[in-house]
Design a binder for this molecule. Structure first.
Ligand code: GLU
Length: 369
């Protein structure tokens, strides 16, 4: 991808790049070179958003704790200490390059609820208009195991989706996606371009998880899926060099994921990017065929319902052999869905004594996967 083709770029920085793995101290020189990269992008009229990990690692270093064996309550507390150090480091590196930064801490619900996601986008847009670089992280201080993104790869892709960014760069300590595991297989090739995540790509995903970060290749591919459906290019590239973003646009080898040819409408992008659907609907084969032909999901095709969801919540649609078919907004709450499943739509009013609509999931609220 060429620099001229993009307007709004998100740079995601993994903890492994920010810290020296042996000493655990902040890699100041590298952070300064990243700030120079951001300056370069802005001189080329690009809007830049940063997603940075490192709160927990930095807090653990400051408090002299071993971050690997910490329980959730410690993670929450330690991140509260580390986040201010993290932002302090960004502030001083970016100020040297005459760039003002801001801090945005997101909780899963800030992007999972449509109204809140629009609000987050508005704030980010305003900051960018003011010429300020937003630096985003998960709000680890109040994140719990059920309510969290868990890794900043997927957080960054969700931020890309809600802000309509057209380029997301995952700076990591790997060069990109390889045809096989580079640590065990000598005959490996770096894949330069991916335009569809098919079974072959899924097979190539190793589980290389670095010591500091939470993500591995798996979360990067999930991030790529969200980005691709949102019309956003995504690069997985090795950031452990000076000026990593400039050299990426100068053609340094990496893996670029290309967006789907026909990006979904904004509302459907948001549905498809949902990180934690709250329920499941299992449908019969006839309904699977009907959905693939573009129909809505009617109660008649539903075999079972799982989870405790409300009307309007995001739920998954599965075939009877448990394959994920799609994701969409529930037309009825779980309790109502159980009562009307297997029935014709004109029976809904008799069964419930009211009827919101004919469909269990309307086609406008449904994204096939
Ligand atoms: N939000 C976490 C932190 O700042 C990092 C998550 C990740 O490494 O992906 O420490």
């Amino acid at each position: 991808m060429k620099l001229e083709q993009t307007n709004r770029i998100i740079i995601k920085i993994g903890s492994a790049l920010l810290f020296n793995e042996t000493s655990g101290s902040l890699n100041k020189e590298w952070l300064n070179s990243l700030a120079e990269d951001v300056k370069y992008l802005r001189e080329n009229d690009k809007e830049v958003i940063i997603v940075s990990s490192g709160a927990i690692a930095m807090g653990a270093k400051d408090l002299d704790l071993d971050m690997k064996n910490m329980k959730m309550d410690m993670n929450q507390a330690v991140s509260a200490v580390g986040q201010i150090h993290l932002m302090g480091s960004f502030k001083s590196a970016f100020e040297k390059n005459e760039i003002k930064i801001s801090q945005i801490l997101l909780t899963l619900d800030d992007t999972e609820q449509r109204r809140r996601s629009i609000n987050a986008r508005r704030t980010i847009d305003t900051l960018l208009k003011l010429g300020i670089v937003p630096v985003v992280n998960e709000n680890d201080t109040i994140a719990t195991s059920e309510i969290r993104y868990g890794d900043n790869d997927r957080l960054a892709s969700r931020v890309a989706q809600i802000t309509s960014a057209d380029c997301l760069i995952l700076l990591s300590n790997i060069n990109g996606l390889y045809s096989a595991d580079p640590s065990t297989d000598e005959d490996v090739k770096l894949i330069n371009k991916v335009s569809e995540i098919d079974k072959d790509i899924e097979k190539m995903i190793g589980q290389s998880i670095s010591d500091y970060g939470k993500g591995g290749m798996k979360t990067k591919i999930q991030a790529a899926k969200t980005a691709m459906l949102s019309g956003c290019h995504l690069a997985i590239t090795n950031g452990s060099i000076m000026r990593p973003v400039k050299s990426l646009f100068e053609g340094r080898p990496c893996t670029w994921f290309e967006p789907t040819k026909t990006p979904l409408a904004a509302r459907k992008q948001w549905i498809a990017g949902t990180m934690k659907p709250v329920g499941k609907i299992i449908i019969d084969d006839g309904a699977v065929d009907a959905l693939k032909k573009g129909s809505s999901l009617l109660p008649a095709g539903v075999k079972s319902v799982e989870g405790n969801f409300e009307r309007g919540d995001v739920i998954e649609v599965l075939s009877s052999d448990q394959n994920k078919i799609g994701i969409g907004l529930a037309g009825y709450a779980a309790e109502e869905s159980i009562k009307i499943m297997g029935h014709k739509s004109d029976e809904i009013a008799d069964i419930l004594s009211y009827s919101y609509r004919e469909e269990m999931i309307h086609k406008d609220d449904l994204v096939l996967i």
